[in-house]
Design a protein around this ligand. Sequence first.
Ligand code: PEP
Ligand code: MG
Length: 569
Amino acid sequence: MALGRARLERPSRYLVDERPLPAAEIDDEIERLRRAIELAREELGVLRDRLHGSMAREVAEFIDAHSLMLADRELTSGIYDLIRQGGYRASAALKLQRDRLVAVFEAMDDPYLRSRKEDVEQVIARVQAGLQRDSSSEERKLASRIGEILVSDTVAPAELVPLAEAGVLGVVLSSGSRVSHGAILARSLHLPMVVAAHDALGAIAENDLILINGDSGEVIVHPSSADLARFRAWQRDSLQRSRQLALLAERDTRTRDGVEIALWANAESAADVALARASGAVGIGLYRTEFLFLQRRELPDEDEQFLAYRTLVLGMGGLPVTIRTLDLGADKADNSVLMLDPEDNPALGVRGVRLSLRHPQLMRTQLRAILRASAYGPVRILVPMVCASEEMTQMRALLRECARDLRSAGHEIAEHVELGAMIEVPAAAIALPGMIRQLDFVAIGTNDLVQYTLAIDRNNDHLADLYDPLHPAVLRLLAQTITIAQRARKPVSLCGEMAGDRRYTALLLALGLTDFSMHPGVLLEVRELIATLDRGALRKHAAALLRAPTRARIEAVLARMAASAATSA
Ligand code: PEP
Ligand code: MG
């Protein structure tokens, strides 16, 4: 949950008061505008002071540019003139000035300068927001003392890191879905996020006090004292609950009938790695490297990547770390860095291993960096979006070539680094019997496997009710993948969001899964649940689960599983 002050990101939708301004009100209006500009400058100063971490310098450049614009007399004197001489109200004068400047920028030949019009829009939007503040109410006083919750239509994964670093307390989006990359990253950043709040931009005003709950998806505008009491109770309970769960940190994960289960952590950030260690994860089951590539102007070179991977490996103190090669596509990529062409269907486009094989040099750099990090602890390499055996053959050849080059240049690298594939495209799951010999291990990516099996865009909130991990086709692919890997004696884990969702723990144990990789924040809760489940009894329901032809029948089997677990407990 998070309590904060709404910061709306909808520059084009500010209410602009177009009524003529009576002469007697000119001085007051000028004063209002002056205060709004002052407020905007103060806010930028506060934002700048809060910056730290890797993105700080780049974000600071933008903030400084915006502060300079606010101090620029050319920009502001034009707005004051419009009020004084043109009889415009402040909001209308701001809009007019924005339109004029944007037109000037749009007429420029240089594409970089042309793109600077966005700065004008953002700066003017900030002043517009300042104008709409009503500093008199009690709520405003409370709101001014707490941080901001961003309310927007969408937010790109790459934008989330600087937002979190700038101290934003939470995010409310009118679109999006729980399994989008943005939502996964928000979880990693410990940033409460509510998605698909369709009328958020209409119902929430700038600076409103809002209370959000990322678990239930609730957004409360103007929370009552009862709501605030509920928030305080939640804060108390979650503290108590985390203390209680912390007692499980040192324990093994075992089912009630004594079967050892391996809980791995998915990690994107240093905080995740620390939490993975603190929660007793057996290793990192998925490290998504694409976040090293986002929100930047140039590609990270081999040394930079090596340092990041080495920090990760050292951070895990000898436990295995699974580093996934770049899984970028036009959906996630910052186009300016990788020069990816926009695609009509990025999810079906040049993504993951397809991108890697088209840019072997990009891949060599990454593989070399990972191999160099392998000198510091056990590392496995995981390839995303694999569709065909040939892709793994090519990746293995690249890996061998990089290992050979590094060794002959005198670098110390591990003798053997395992190479595995993500099973997240139905073709790979179906063709796995022919591919398994080539793989050292398998990681099932249900976020995409569900998307591609059901032909449902994981980011499309209008189809969220159809995005169903309990679809019979998905269960069959999961069961087959687990069985084929286990028969071939290859380690198999599941690292989609399903692995950390306690609604599916019993189901996955029933299908034979023994290795779960999840956000480390939920690991202890899953460990606690597993200790109450009897794997032997659950396995007996596997056939019935796979025979069930509809979701309703699958749910009925799950209910029977839960009931029999309760009686035998
Ligand atoms: C998945 O698809 O399940 C997965 C773990 O990868 P990502 O969410 O990064 O696509
Ligand atoms: Mg995936």
